[in-house]
Design a protein around this ligand. Sequence first.
Ligand code: ZN
Length: 142
Amino acid sequence: MDADILRAIYEGMYGPLDSPGKLKNLTQLAGALSGIARKEPAWTARYLNGIVLGHNGFAVSEELERAISILTARMDGQSEAQARSREITVLTTNGIEPGSIVFGHTTRCYCQLQVVFNHPCRKYCFEECRQRARAERKRARI
Ligand SMILES: [Zn+2]
């Protein structure tokens, strides 16, 4: 993501970049974005200004990009769950509908697959993985 999206958000909220009150507006925008990202220390108006002006060494970080996307989604009237969601490719073995929001976290099974289990107590994708893990624990004890 380049500075264009940040510039577009600024101008959508406050008007042209060269109008008066830029520092105050950038301070407010930095505060809003920092709040969304729970960023400590917060981003500064100077940092955002460096980005929108395209100064060397000022780039949109991944964290800022995420906050910008959440702010944009909120401005578009999306729910908080939608605003905080991002689209990724997920493979499923069950009835997860396309476009669903998944709240679970990724964990790693014994077989090294990254998995979002359907229950917090579940540790293995399949019985085979559980048995292989058990066999390895047994061997380690001998
Ligand atoms: Zn597995």
